[in-house]
Design a protein around this ligand. Structure first.
Ligand SMILES: [Zn+2]
Length: 69
């Protein structure tokens, strides 16, 4: 696996779980010297924020509705 693939994998991995210190360090080090991956990380961040903003809070709503029956 080349370094850019490894970095991209870490970028998507950090959406699922917090990265370990070693993983964070490796990713930051790579982003510091690779502008392509910096841009990729920026896109990941944008997507993440958009998804969060438009995610409907369905679970909360269902819990709120339950006692009315
Ligand atoms: Zn790279």
């Amino acid at each position: 696996m080349n370094k850019c693939q490894a970095a991209t994998r870490l970028m998507s991995l950090k959406r699922d779980r917090p990265l370990t210190l070693g993983e964070r360090a490796a990713l930051r080090l790579h982003l510091a010297m690779c502008s392509a991956c910096r841009e990729c990380d920026r896109q990941f961040e944008l997507l993440h924020h958009v998804n969060r903003r438009f995610e409907p809070p369905t679970e909360d709503r269902m819990t709120d509705d339950a006692p009315r029956h």
